[in-house]
Structure formats: C-alpha cells, structure tokens
Design a protein around this ligand. Structure first.
Ligand code: G3P
Length: 217
C-alpha cells in the first residue's frame, strides 16, 4: 500500500520523506488554509520535494472553471494530481482533464456508486473519506471494501486512495482490505511505528548495555 501524507506543511513532509515513507502528498483547501501559504507557492515546494503524485484541489464549482483551474494547477509540476470534488461538474472536468493525460484525484467520495462514476470518468485516484463516515455512525471500511470489490469486478485501474484516516487501525484495515493508497496526517503515520512493548524492550536493552559497558564505536 502506498503512503501519501495528508498535509501542506513542508517540514512535516520533509521529515517523513527522509524515511522513505512518502509515496505522495494530498492537500485540500482546508490544509492549504492551515499552512497559511499561497496554494501555488506551497504546492510547487511540495512537488520539488516529493517525486510521487501531489494532489492540489480546485476551488471552482462549475466544470469549465474547474478545467481552467485544473490546467493551471497541472502546470506547477508533472507530478500534480488535480483534485476535483465528486459532483456532476467534477466528473465532467475529470473526463476532460484525464483525457488530456493529467492525473485526477476525485475527492469527497462517500458511496460505492460515486466511486464507480469516478472510475468511468477516467480518474487516476478515488478518495473515499473513512473518518467522516465513521463520524456519522457509518463504517468507512465497508465503503473501502465495496469499492475494492467493484473495481476488481470490472478491472478498473483507478486507485483507491483511502482518505480521512484518523487512526493506526484505519491504516491497518485499509491494508488488509487492499486499498491501493492511504493518505494520513503525519502524526498518524509516525504513530504506526510505536508499540509499548517496543519501548519497554528498548528500555531493558539500554539498561543492560549501560551496566555491561557495551560500546560499539
Ligand atoms: O484526505 C482528506 C482529509 O484531509 C480529510 O480528513 O479528518 O478532515 O476528515 P478529515
């Protein structure tokens, strides 16, 4: 499963990138707002840092305007994935931009039928939002499972990019079901490495190393 980082914070991306954990980056208008940066500037910096797909989202609602914005975003770098909302206009724009050879990430997906439409419109990625379904007492993982089945039934090449990931359990479940990609905030990705027994074991090893006077260099 590929790991995308869901943030527009350059330092956090750079830190994770150094461990080889960054296969791509996703942003949205809320994350750009949080960064306090200009969208074109910060997106360019991210693309210079990361070679995988970097999703940048349009803010227009009508198809023609989305296409214009998408083309402008795609000029930033070759690894831009234009992010479009899952609306009828977004699907129209997806068809046009993907036809031009641009990567498109269709976002705000909350049903398997929506995911089916995005695949038919030529999306490179579909972004089902797990956490936001959990928020309204539905099971976001059921959606990932349904999309996996439907895409496999018909051989769609659109990648399932599990989004709105809030916990390490979400990551594990996505990997078990077979999502192609998951995007998570840096804190969640870092938490994947932690385990209380790792901490406890390391503490013992360090105590024993000190009392035995073990030195390596
Ligand atoms: O990738 C989408 C993500 O940014 C939304 O996450 O936690 O706001 O639902 P959240």
């Amino acid at each position: 499963m590929k790991f995308f980082v869901d943030t527009a914070e350059i330092d956090a991306i750079a830190e994770l990138n150094d461990t080889g954990m960054v296969d791509g980056v996703t942003t949205n208008p809320s994350l750009i707002k949080k960064s306090g940066r200009d969208i074109l500037e910060v997106t360019k910096e991210i693309c210079d840092l990361v070679s995988g797909p970097v999703s940048a989202e349009v803010v227009a609602l009508e198809a023609d305007a989305m296409i214009t914005e998408g083309r402008k975003l795609a000029e930033i770098a070759e690894n831009i994935a234009v992010k479009l909302p899952l609306t009828w206009d977004g699907l129209k724009a997806c068809k046009v931009l993907s036809g031009e050879g641009k990567m498109v990430n269709v976002t705000l997906c909350f049903s398997a039928n929506q995911a089916l439409l995005a695949a038919k419109a030529g999306a490179s990625f579909i972004s089902p939002f797990i956490g936001r379904l959990d928020d309204i007492n539905l099971d976001g993982m059921d959606l990932i499972e349904d999309i996996r089945t439907i895409y496999d039934n018909y051989g769609f090449e659109t990648e399932i990019l599990a989004a709105s990931i809030r916990s390490v359990n979400h990551v594990q479940e996505c990997a078990r079901i077979g999502a192609d990609v998951m995007t998570a905030p840096p804190e969640v990705i870092k938490k994947l490495a932690t385990h209380p027994l790792t901490d406890k074991g390391l503490e013992t090893f360090m105590k024993d190393a000190a009392s035995a006077g073990i030195k390596i260099v």
